[in-house]
Design a protein around this ligand. Structure first.
Ligand SMILES: Nc1ncnc2c1ncn2[C@@H]1O[C@H](COP(=O)(O)OP(=O)(O)OP(=O)(O)O)[C@@H](O)[C@H]1O
Length: 253
């Protein structure tokens, strides 16, 4: 595994999400699929991390386990200092609502609600009072202030994804997980959305973990985790484009 020493790089950094001995096996016996094999990984607060790797290598499984959407076969996941395996379904749902934000490839906005209503829905569901200043700051940062009264169908794909990002950020989660957030966008909208995710890390101190197939998308991240065959092959801290390409190529060879 290729890893720049995190402790040397950022002394005193806080771990936002940690996997220890994380193993996920689908099925049994000869038909068992080992999606994750004994993964140890620490993702630091205030970093933008891309997860890359070949199709079927375990990226989505890793993200789903880290986000508490899928239970591991063995090992532990800790988010914001809390071990998820000790939580029952209700506690896990509440924990996710409070501590974890999600951005999906398909935006997942409710079509009958305006952008503003979509952004506020999770807070309303959890009975949390809206911090108006924070709402205004987040929507301004994402450049959607003048689109808030519109339905998703009246917005471009890039605008819809920015609304989905606002929905994730407005609850001030500890970690935002983004699953191929630009998979449905053209290159201009992708650049815009990735730029906004990066700003949320740099300007608002968010922690973002993004699964992506695209080298152009990974270039917006600080760090890149490369997964292959259910294992962490490399955890690259601020790699250059050349370093990243070399590691990805090496894995394919
Ligand atoms: N529900 C499931 N049942 C059985 N096997 C599964 C299930 N989900 C994933 N797998 C298998 O686990 C392995 C890892 O899948 P995963 O979706 O995590 O990979 P990925 O790297 O995200 O792939 P892609 O880039 O194609 O989305 C694959 O072999 C996949 O077929």
């Amino acid at each position: 595994m290729t890893t720049t020493q995190l402790d040397q790089h950022q002394p005193g950094s806080v771990v936002a999400a940690r996997a220890t001995g994380l193993t996920k096996t689908y099925g049994h016996g000869e038909s068992a699929v080992h999606a994750l094999r004994d993964v140890d990984l620490a993702l630091l607060e205030g970093r933008f991390t891309a997860i890359m790797g070949p199709s079927g290598s375990g990226k989505s499984t890793l993200m789903h386990c880290l986000a508490g959407l899928d239970a591991a076969t063995a090992g532990t996941v800790e988010v914001a200092g809390r071990e998820l395996s000790g939580l029952d379904d209700t506690a896990l749902t509440l924990f996710r609502r409070e501590h974890i934000g999600f951005v999906f490839q398909a935006f997942n906005l409710l079509p009958m609600l305006t952008a503003r209503q979509n952004i506020l829905l999770p807070l309303e569901l959890s009975g949390v009072k809206v911090d108006r200043d924070h709402f205004d700051e987040v929507t301004a940062m994402l450049g959607i202030t003048d689109r808030l009264g519109h339905l998703p169908s009246e917005l471009s794909g890039g605008q819809q994804q920015r609304v989905a990002i606002a929905r994730a950020l407005v609850a001030q989660p500890d970690v935002v997980f983004a699953d191929e957030p630009t998979g449905n966008l053209d290159s201009d909208s992708s650049a815009e959305v990735l730029g906004h995710l990066r700003r949320s890390v740099k300007e608002r101190g968010m922690t973002v973990v993004m699964v992506t197939h695209e080298l152009e998308a990974a270039a917006y991240a600080d760090d890149v985790v490369v997964i292959r065959d259910g294992r962490v092959d490399a955890h690259l801290i601020e790699p250059s484009q050349d370093q990243l390409v070399a590691v990805l190529r090496r894995k394919v060879a």
